[in-house]
Write a protein that binds this ligand. Structure first.
Ligand code: GAF
Length: 386
């Protein structure tokens, strides 16, 4: 996590005054439940120790001014604007659509202008929700600064709306909820229809296990058309089956018999079975059977690869090499078409697994992957003043 004192000093240099506080929101890894959130289903993410920090101070002129330690451009925009996506910002300002869009959506809850300095230790494009972390850190800062009382589930929905309406990315509710609602030592079981969530104890190290996040270095982009196409296919299948969302399919065999289109059948097969895998995984976690999670991760990966068709070559090669080196399981995480893989391994095999994955990339001439040890960490919070 960013050093908050250094960030406050940098804020002072940039804006010529003290920030009123520093806020932090983490990135996430989804343990299981992929492409289920926008089907009203279940997800089980946990927060990473890495994330986005924001030093901020109020402004009285209805303007939001954002700077980032990872970007050169300074962006100033009125809080009272329409969707950022309609304003055609140039690519070098694209990152600022997330905080500015969040400020515009939160306007309806009584927040106003602010100066924001952003810092991130999350790799971008690695499928670890750097955008949601940026929205959530901004949202929390604005609410605290302007005294807006918004509970965390509602704030997560507002941050998701910022991404949908302001940035134009049709993501589901998982990532913002994970960033705002996760707690250390737990995964978050979220029912994406009701919005209700519960904390499921999850401490892999306590069972002698390590969770590795492998950044495959194949950057993913949610705005790309494939994610939107998967959503549309799921909606089409639900309409043909006469249900509100694929979460409502109770008879998988019957549903597969009804649908003629083999593509839609594959999509339904994934979503329905993935929801069951979330439930099974929660059962294993509650039983303290962390070592048994590998089978769930492997089944999820095969389903995402073959039924939902969102995996990519580096992800498949990572899972394959990790399993050959003795990992218990692994799967792609996030929207797909690039990003990261989650690998579960006995802690005393982790080095061997890492070496095997790195060797598989070197053999193929791919850019070397990055490894992060994932420890279920705390959700978004105000860092200073404490
Ligand atoms: C991305 C989206 F932002 C989430 O809402 C979710 O759909 C995920 O892909 C797939 O499970 O992270």
């Amino acid at each position: 996590m960013t050093d908050s004192r250094a960030l406050a000093e940098a804020f002072n240099e940039v804006f010529g005054r003290e920030p009123e506080g520093v806020w932090h929101a983490p990135g996430r890894v989804n343990l299981i439940g992929e492409h289920t959130d926008y089907n009203d289903g279940f997800v089980l993410p946990f927060a990473l120790g890495l994330g986005v920090s924001v030093a901020a101070a109020r402004r009285g002129d209805g303007v939001v001014e954002v700077r980032s330690r990872q970007a050169a451009a300074a962006v100033t925009a009125p809080v009272d604007g329409g969707p950022v996506v309609a304003e055609g910002w140039p690519p070098e300002r694209a990152w600022a659509a997330y905080p500015v869009g969040t400020a515009r959506v939160l306007r309806e809850r009584g927040t106003g202008g602010a100066s924001l300095l952003i810092d991130s230790d999350l790799p971008q494009g690695a499928g670890l929700s750097s955008s949601a972390a940026l929205e959530c850190a901004t949202a929390l800062a604005l609410c605290d600064l302007h005294g807006a009382a918004v509970d965390r589930p509602a704030l997560a929905r507002l941050a998701q709306r910022a991404e949908n309406e302001q940035v134009g990315v049709p993501c589901g509710p998982m990532d913002q909820a994970a960033s705002l609602l996760c707690t250390a030592g737990h995964a978050l079981l979220l029912d994406c229809r009701s919005g209700l969530s519960s904390q499921v104890p999850f401490a892999p190290a306590g069972s002698g296990m390590t969770l590795l996040v492998v950044d495959t270095r194949a950057a993913h982009a949610l705005a790309g058309g494939e994610y939107a196409r998967r959503r549309a296919e799921c909606e089409e299948a639900a309409a043909l089956l006469g249900v509100a969302a694929l979460r409502d399919v109770k008879d998988l065999a019957g549903a597969l018999g009804t649908l003629r289109d083999p593509v839609l059948r594959r999509r339904v097969q994934h979503v329905v079975t993935e929801n069951h895998r979330v439930e099974a995984t929660v059962g294993l976690l509650r039983a303290g059977a962390v070592t048994e999670l590998g089978a769930m991760l492997n089944a999820s990966h095969l389903s995402l690869r073959d039924q939902f068709e969102v995996s990519w070559p580096e992800a498949d090669a990572t899972v394959d090499a990790a399993l050959r080196a003795g990992a218990r399981g692994g799967r792609m995480v996030g929207g797909g078409f690039g990003g990261s893989v989650l690998v579960l391994t006995a802690a005393d095999r982790a080095a061997r697994v890492r070496d095997a994955v790195a060797a598989a990339y070197a053999e193929r001439g791919w850019t070397a992957p990055e490894f992060i040890e994932a420890v279920p960490s705390a959700g978004a919070r105000r860092v200073t003043p404490a």
